[in-house]
Design a protein around this ligand. Structure first.
Ligand code: FES
Ligand code: FE2
Length: 390
C-alpha cells in the first residue's frame, strides 16, 4: 500500500477519533432472514456468484512451479488448478472420469501427475488420462483420449488465481480485481508463498462467516480477552472497489501517531488491512503475512472454510515458530470467537421467528458487501433460469 494512501487513511482515522465520529452509510440496512436461510436465495447465489462468476482459487505463489496444485469447490463443483510441466496454469473439474471421486484433495507441490485415490486412475498435469492401473480389459471400448479431466477456465492477475466452474469464456482476472489492483500490486501479493493451511467446517451460511470480518464494532466486546486489548473497535472506514472492498482494523497504538510527524507515519505496522475479493475471499494482511480466507458454501447452512497463511519469504527454521503462533492466533480468534457467533446467528434465524437482522450505518463495509452481492445477483441470467426452473 503506498505511503500516500497510508497517510490518508491515518489522517482520516485520527480526525474521526478526535471528533468522536466514524464513516457512515446512508441508511441502516435491514437484511431479511431469507438472505441467510432461503433455499431459493442460496441456489441463486450458487449459480450467479459461485459457478458462472469466477472465484479466487489461491494466490499465485501456491501454484508457482510445475506440479503445484490447489483444489477447492466452486458453487459445489470440485475444481483444481494446476501448473503444468510447460509452465501453463490450467483448471479442471476435480472429478475422476471413472466414478467421479475427487482426484486430489487439498493442495500439493511438485506432483508429476494427479492420481485418483479410489482406483488409481492417473492424469497428466495437462489433464489427459495417463494410466488405469489393473483395469485390464475392464474398459475395453472406451477411448482414453476422451477421458481426460474436464477443463474449466482459469485466470491470473495481481497475484490472484481465479477459477470458474461453468462456461467457456476466458476469465478477465484484471477486471475482477478492479481498482484493488493498486494496493495489491504494492503489497507484491504475487510474491507471497504458502506456509500452511487450516480447513474447517461450520454449520452456518457462508455470509455469516464473511460478515465477522467486515466490521470491527465487535472487537471491544467479543475479543476483549484476546485481540481486543490491542485493537480499536472504531472508527471504522472502508473503501469499495466495485463489489470488492478494503477494510482495516487499527491497533490502539495508531492513536499515538497524532503526536508524531506525518513523514514517520506507518499504517501497516499498526493495522490489519483486509481486501474482500467478491464474493467469498478475504485477504487479510497483518505486518508480515497474508491470511487468505475462502468461504465455500456446501449448503445454505453449511460452509467449508480454507485459511491459507502466506508469507513474503519461504518460512525458515528460524521464522517457523513465529508463523506457527500466527496461525494459532488466527485459529483461536476465528474458531474460538468469531465463527461461533455466526453459528449462533444461524440457529436464531433457523427458528423461523427472526425476520431480519440490522446492519448499522457505522458498519459501512458490511453494508457495502451486502449491497454489492445484491447487485451481482441482480443479473437477468439467473433470474431467467430461476423462473424456468423454480
Ligand atoms: S473413481 Fe477415480 S479411479 Fe475410480
Ligand atoms: Fe472478529
Amino acid at each position: 500500500m503506498r505511503q500516500q494512501t497510508q497517510m490518508e487513511l491515518i489522517r482520516e482515522l485520527l480526525a474521526h477519533h478526535a471528533a468522536g465520529t466514524t464513516q457512515l452509510a446512508d441508511d441502516v440496512l435491514a437484511l431479511p432472514a431469507e438472505v441467510y436461510i432461503g433455499q431459493g436465495h442460496w441456489r441463486a447465489e450458487q449459480e450467479a456468484l459461485f459457478r458462472r462468476r469466477p472465484v479466487v482459487a489461491c494466490l499465485s505463489g501456491a501454484v508457482a512451479m510445475p506440479g503445484d496444485y490447489v483444489s477447492l469447490t466452486a458453487g459445489g463443483v470440485p475444481v483444481v488448478v494446476v501448473r503444468g510441466d510447460d509452465g501453463v496454469l490450467r483448471g479442471f473439474r476435480n472429478v475422476c472420469r471413472h466414478r467421479a471421486s475427487s482426484v486430489v484433495s487439498g493442495c500439493g507441490s511438485g506432483a508429476a501427475s494427479l492420481r485418483c485415490p479410489f482406483h488409481a486412475w492417473t492424469y497428466r498435469l495437462d489433464g489427459s488420462l495417463l494410466a488405469r492401473p489393473q483395469a485390464g480389459e475392464g474398459f475395453a471400448g472406451t477411448d482414453e483420449s476422451d477421458l481426460g479431466l474436464v477443463p474449466v477456465a482459469v485466470g491470473e492477475a495481481c497475484g490472484l488465481v481465479f477459477v470458474r466452474a461453468e462456461g467457456d469464456e476466458p476469465i478477465d482476472a484484471s477486471r475482477l480485481v478492479g481498482d484493488a489492483a493498486v494496493d495489491l500490486g504494492d503489497f507484491g501479493v504475487g510474491g507471497y508463498v504458502p506456509f500452511d493451511r487450516w480447513e474447517s467446517s461450520w454449520p452456518c451460511n457462508w455470509k455469516l462467516l464473511v460478515d465477522t470480518f467486515l466490521e470491527s464494532y465487535h472487537v471491544f466486546s467479543l475479543h476483549r480477552a484476546t485481540v481486543g486489548r490491542y485493537y480499536l473497535s472504531q472508527p471504522m472506514t472502508y473503501k469499495g472497489y466495485g463489489p470488492n472492498l478494503r477494510f482495516q482494523t487499527c491497533q490502539k497504538s495508531i492513536l499515538e501517531l497524532a503526536e508524531v510527524p506525518e513523514d514517520e507515519w506507518d499504517l501497516l505496522s499498526r493495522a490489519t488491512v483486509e481486501y474482500l475479493i467478491a464474493p467469498n475471499t478475504i485477504l487479510s494482511h497483518s505486518v508480515d503475512h497474508f491470511a487468505v480466507y475462502q468461504f465455500l458454501p456446501t449448503a445454505v447452512d453449511h460452509t467449508d472454510v480454507i485459511m491459507t497463511l502466506y508469507t513474503p519469504e519461504p518460512v525458515t527454521d528460524c521464522t517457523r515458530p513465529h508463523y506457527e503462533r500466527t496461525l494459532e492466533l488466527h485459529q483461536r480468534v476465528g474458531a474460538g470467537e468469531d465463527f461461533p457467533q455466526a453459528v449462533k446467528i444461524q440457529q436464531s434465524l433457523d427458528s423461523g421467528l427472526v425476520t431480519e437482522t440490522l446492519v448499522g450505518r457505522h458498519e459501512v463495509a458490511l453494508v457495502h458487501f451486502h449491497r454489492a452481492l445484491d447487485e451481482l445477483l441482480d443479473d437477468k441470467s439467473w433470474r431467467i433460469r430461476e423462473r424456468q426452473n423454480p
